[in-house]
Design a protein around this ligand. Structure first.
Ligand SMILES: [Zn+2]
Length: 205
């Protein structure tokens, strides 16, 4: 029986059968575009700053170069949005193609995460709601059980090997070290394995 389990993470990691599938991680095209966007945004900020220094009144009206700069930033935003959307569709199709018996997702408290500045950017980028919706539709169509575990299930803090539960785990700890059985695992992999083993869930499909 093929099992697949999914966990939302900063890199949109999909974990199947205990291994991180590199092909399903964030595509290089998106990475490149994000870098390009940052460069353009920095250039634009610099131009505005210089303009202020020169004591020019409005920061928005300006020369042709800056107008072009603004246009490039807007276009990049649009291209990124399109790419991310296509990427989500691709991930879903890859997940469904393997015909797993079930797929487990976490009911992430997106609202709560948005308050945390560290997470808000990543979450907004990934369009988690859109992803869940796409996944739901695909699972329904093909007849795959889509499971959702409660957001209070401690998927990150539990040790997938021995069941020990950590009292504290900071976001910066990317590797899970178990104080009891001494196992070391990638944080997301550990959490995904916990999701796979979860006994309490609701079936969405
Ligand atoms: Zn352990």
């Amino acid at each position: 029986m093929t099992k697949l389990f999914y966990r939302e993470s900063k890199d949109f990691a999909i974990v199947g059968n205990g291994e991180v599938d590199k092909n399903l991680n964030k595509s290089s095209g998106i990475h490149k575009l994000e870098k390009k966007l940052k460069r353009e945004q920095r250039a634009l900020a610099r131009k505005l700053e210089n303009k202020k220094k020169r004591g020019e009144k409005s920061a928005t009206e300006g020369g042709r170069t800056r107008a072009k700069n603004v246009l490039r930033v807007q276009k990049l935003h649009q291209r990124l949005a399109n790419m991310r959307n296509a990427y989500r569709a691709y991930i879903v199709s890859m997940l469904v193609k393997t015909k797993p018996a079930y797929i487990t997702i976490e009911d992430l408290n997106v609202k709560g995460m948005m308050k945390n500045r560290h997470w808000s950017h990543a979450m907004a980028n990934q369009g988690f709601y859109d992803f869940t919706l796409k996944l739901f539709n695909a699972c329904k169509k093909v007849g795959i059980e889509l499971r959702q575990v409660s957001r209070f299930y401690p998927s990150s803090k539990l040790c997938a090997n021995c069941g020990h539960k950590k009292t504290k785990l900071s976001l910066s700890e990317r590797v899970y070290h178990c104080e009891v059985c001494r196992i070391e695992r990638d944080r997301d992999l550990n959490a995904a394995m916990n999701l796979q083993q979860a006994k309490e869930y609701i079936v969405l499909t």
